[in-house]
Design a protein around this ligand. Structure first.
Ligand code: ATP
Ligand code: MG
Length: 519
């Protein structure tokens, strides 16, 4: 960087944003060139989403200057940002579920009021934009809420194109996508940048940075600690130490050595002696999964690997009682659990941290404490009033264990960063862990930064060491392999492999996951 740097498309200098009690941005600099993919990295709460909300006109900075396309930019609101040529695809997608795809694309659009007197015109234009993104199959009349996550994202991108955006900002776009969908996203990004559009790309998956990124800016505690590093050649260890301010080993905790003397017995001699916490027999739900059988022993971590849509989440939901299977049984500690009844599952000691934290898990306007203790509410209420002191002590314990930031039990969850919200979902089940027999985790580290991941892995391992069975789904194969004792591979609704994690590598699992699928 320096005087030799060509005049960038976007230049941000000294951006400050203060929230009550938190200085989210403390003088951030960012330069983005036309036609590049600029990756924005940083730990949970570093200020990434806040910075791009400033760019989107959703937040007004308290200080700093923004120059866009050679002119000082005042991004007074979302419309002003769009008019200037900046489009944002948010961490939590912001489509209007009840409106059609076409209406979402042209929502609040100048052309919606000027042109498009007829519905057919808007639909034709929508079809053309979707086609440019390689998704001509998405019907413009379909309700947006009925599309899968990847489809919603494409609609958000079509909206960006419709505004002739010169800069498209994507906040963790890959977090909700499966392997093949990420490949498609990258293809779209490459086409956009080839035509001169600049992309700001946020992700916690560092391996993606090398694949798609040109340059990297790292935020830490609201400041830019590195500006425009080359994405292809900067070492991952260096980036991680910039993000965290320390050299962390982003590795998995060691598996506990199998206890017992009967070593040499091969496949889990010691495990044989442990009681089965969960047993699933012949579970079948037509259209989702068929004839699924497996067990989880006390202290064992079992990982389900498979593509999004392979049936893995549905299997978890059926185990937990959120779906009622057509056939088969779920047993906890040897006794059948009433099917399709989450209340019964919880009473028998199951806890579940679901995949979509916003819609399924969090009371956003409630405090951290309120969200953490909601699962164990009965434990804190005696004779009708809550034991606030004990509740608060438990919550503080979880805030510390998971490093939830800021460490304030009274803060509304809606003001936490995305990754910290995910930690609150987990904290809820950990706080109730006293009676827990089986913890079910669907994508537990989605949106969680590399440093916090290591802490989370340690927490999950510690729970298992206390004898709790863990059943987990993750799209990240290394995570399944690093964390689980045993791996089940799910393909098209069937368990096609079950075996110890120790003997598997990533390529082997990916092969089993995708075999026979049209990739
Ligand atoms: N509306 C708000 N009110 C108060 N504080 C907020 C608000 N939005 C964000 N913050 C705080 O600002 C800081 C930066 O949050 P931000 O969402 O920008 O982080 P992030 O880098 O996007 O993290 P993540 O990787 O977890 O998404 C955090 O401490 C967060 O709690
Ligand atoms: Mg964020």
């Amino acid at each position: 960087m320096g005087p030799s740097d060509p005049e960038p498309l976007l230049r941000m200098r000294g951006i400050v944003k203060q929230f009550p009690g938190v200085r989210a941005l403390d003088g951030v600099d960012l330069d983005v060139r036309a036609g590049e993919v600029h990756c924005l990295l940083g730990q949970n709460g570093a200020g990434k989403s806040t910075l791009i909300k400033v760019l989107a006109g959703a937040h007004q900075p308290d200080a700093g200057e923004i120059v866009f396309a050679g002119r000082p930019a005042r991004l007074a609101g979302p419309t002003a940002a769009m008019r200037a040529g900046i489009a944002t695809i948010y961490q939590e997608l912001d489509l209007v579920d009840g409106l059609s795809v076409a209406d979402n694309i042209f929502l609040g659009h100048e052309r919606a009021t000027l042109g498009f007197t007829r519905r057919g015109d808007a639909e034709r234009a929508a079809r053309e934009l979707l086609g440019r993104l390689g998704h001509g199959e998405i019907p413009p009349r379909r309700e947006a809420g009925r599309l899968p996550a990847a489809g919603k994202q494409v609609v958000s991108m079509a909206r960006a194109l419709s505004h002739d955006a010169r800069l498209i900002v994507m906040d963790e776009p890959s977090a909700a996508l499966a392997h093949d969908e990420v490949a498609n996203l990258f293809r779209i990004i490459r086409e956009l940048t080839a035509s001169g559009v600049a992309v700001v790309y946020i992700s916690h998956r560092l391996e993606e940075i090398r694949e798609i990124g040109d340059r990297v800016t790292v935020l830490k505690d609201g400041r830019s600690v590195a500006n425009g590093l080359p994405a292809k050649t900067t070492k991952t260890d260096h980036i991680v130490s910039l993000m965290t301010g320390r050299d962390i080993e982003y590795v998995f905790p060691d598996r506990p050595a199998p206890d017992g003397d009967d070593a040499g017995d091969g496949d889990g001699g010691a495990e044989e002696g442990r009681a089965e916490v969960l047993r699933v027999e012949g579970l079948t739900l037509p259209g989702a999964f068929a004839d699924v059988s497996f067990s989880v022993r006390a202290g064992e971590i079992v990982g389900l690997a498979g593509l999004v849509g392979s049936g893995r989440s549905e299997i978890l939901e059926a185990v937990y009682g959120a779906r009622r299977p057509a056939r088969g049984r779920v047993l906890v500690d040897g006794r059948p659990v009433r099917p399709g009844d989450t209340g019964a599952a919880v009473r028998r000691g199951m806890g579940m941290a679901p995949e979509e934290r916003k819609s399924q898990a969090l009371l956003l306007n409630d405090s951290v404490a309120g969200n953490v203790t909601v699962a164990g509410l009965r434990r804190y209420s005696r004779f009708g009033w809550l034991n606030r002191r004990r509740e608060l002590a438990d919550v503080r314990e979880q805030i510390e264990a998971l490093d939830i930031r800021p460490p304030d039990p009274r803060r509304p969850v809606v003001t936490l960063s995305g990754g910290n919200q995910q930690k609150v979902v987990l904290a809820r089940w950990l706080a109730g862990a006293r009676n827990l027999r089986l913890l079910i985790l669907d994508e537990p580290t989605r949106g969680v930064d590399v440093g916090a991941r290591a802490e989370l892995y340690a927490v999950i391992r510690a729970l298992a060491a206390r004898g709790i069975g863990v059943l987990l789904v993750s799209s990240e194969v290394p995570e399944v392999l690093g964390l689980a004792d045993r791996v089940l591979v799910v393909r098209e609704g069937r368990v096609v492999h079950s075996g110890a994690a120790a003997g598997l590598d990533e390529a082997a699992v990916l092969n089993m996951i995708m075999e026979g699928s049209a990739l």
